[in-house]
Structure formats: C-alpha cells, structure tokens
Design a protein around this ligand. Structure first.
Ligand SMILES: O=P(O)(O)OP(=O)(O)OP(=O)(O)OC[C@H]1O[C@@H](n2cnc3c(O)ncnc32)[C@H](O)[C@@H]1O
Ligand SMILES: [Mg+2]
Length: 167
C-alpha cells in the first residue's frame, strides 16, 4: 500500500513511517490552501484536510495524509495547535487533532506582523530549523515531547479511526 504525505518535513515523515511501517510512505510538497501560518483551529484543520486531498490526487496512492501546525488564541492565551487528516482511495476522510501547548504571548505581535512560527522559534531558541527538529513543542516541553512524537500521536489517532470505521 502506498501512502502519500503532503509534506517533506522530516518530523512529519518520521511520524507517518512510525505508524504505517508496513506501507510505502512518500512525502510530496502540496499546497495547504490556507495561510502559511494558520491562526485558528478551523484553519489549521482545513489545511490538514486540503493537504491530504491534494496528496492522494497527486499520485496513484491508497491513502493521503496531511499534517498541519498552527497557532490559536484561547481566553487571551496563545497556543500551538496541530491537526491531521487521512483520506482513503474510496473517499473517506478521518481527522484528529494533536496536542496544544501554550506559547509565549509576546509571539502575538510577531505573528501579526506576518512572521511564521518557525522563524520566531529560531530567533527565540537561537537554534536553526526548529520546525524540522524538536519543534516548538520540544522547546517548550524541555524536550520531553518533540514534534515528531506529537505528530506520531496524531497519526495513531488517524490510523485507529480508519481501522475502527472500516471493520
Ligand atoms: O513543510 P511543511 O509541511 O509546511 O512544514 P512546516 O514546518 O512549515 O509546518 P506547518 O506548515 O504545518 O506549520 C505552519 C507554520 O507553523 C510553524 N510551526 C508549526 N509548528 C511548529 C513547531 O512545533 N515548531 C516550529 N515551527 C512550527 C511552521 O514552521 C510553519 O511556519
Ligand atoms: Mg508550512
């Protein structure tokens, strides 16, 4: 079985391979058709669905997966949010959200000025390419949960739902 993931980000590819070890996993660049930095739960979820649909139609595949990171405000606090979507070749769509953790509120003006979280995280942590490594979740959990592990959980939720509903 062939699974196309709508990203070349290594944290997302690793998560897909960990949860579908028996399948061929191929990462391709697709458009999310939402902003580069989604800023609500709704937009982040939609980005994951758009990526999953674009992935499955980009190649002859059995499954398409989209994983999307975003930010959102809740009660005056800023959170990192994460969503995933899996589509099957018969058109079924499964969705799941991942962990949300709090980000520094000082990030809001920078995000509002159009910066992406990936760029803000590099300046904040003085590390390069945080988005392809531990991620914001890794930095702000003291490396207890990294971005790949967080997306692995989302992938488990997606696979589990697909298996349950196609029994
Ligand atoms: O190549 P893609 O798949 O697009 O991977 P990405 O790292 O850009 O990830 P997303 O598009 O899903 O995330 C949207 C934006 O939020 C940033 N982002 C999301 N989660 C992050 C995290 O845990 N650490 C650092 N940046 C993060 C990311 O770099 C983007 O600027
Ligand atoms: Mg991106």
């Amino acid at each position: 079985m062939k699974l196309i993931l709508g990203s070349k980000n290594p944290t997302k590819i690793r998560a897909c391979k960990a949860v579908f070890p028996e399948h061929e996993v191929i990462g391709v660049s697709v458009a999310s058709n939402v902003s580069p930095q989604p800023s609500t739960d709704e937009e982040t979820r939609q980005g994951s669905i758009n990526r999953a649909l674009a992935s499955i139609s980009s190649k002859d595949a059995d499954m398409g997966v989209g994983l999307e990171g975003g930010v959102m405000l809740l009660e005056g606090r800023l959170y990192l949010c994460n969503w995933g979507a899996l589509v099957t070749s018969n058109g079924d769509i499964y969705t799941a959200s991942g962990a949300r953790i709090e980000l520094p509120i000082d990030f809001v003006p920078e995000l509002n000025s159009g910066k992406e979280l990936g760029e803000i995280m590099e300046a904040y942590s003085k590390k390069e390419d945080v988005r392809s490594n531990e991620g914001a979740v890794g930095i702000f959990t003291n490396d207890i949960v990294d971005r790949s592990e967080m997306f692995t959980h989302v992938m488990q939720l997606l696979r589990g739902q697909m298996e349950y509903w196609s029994r």
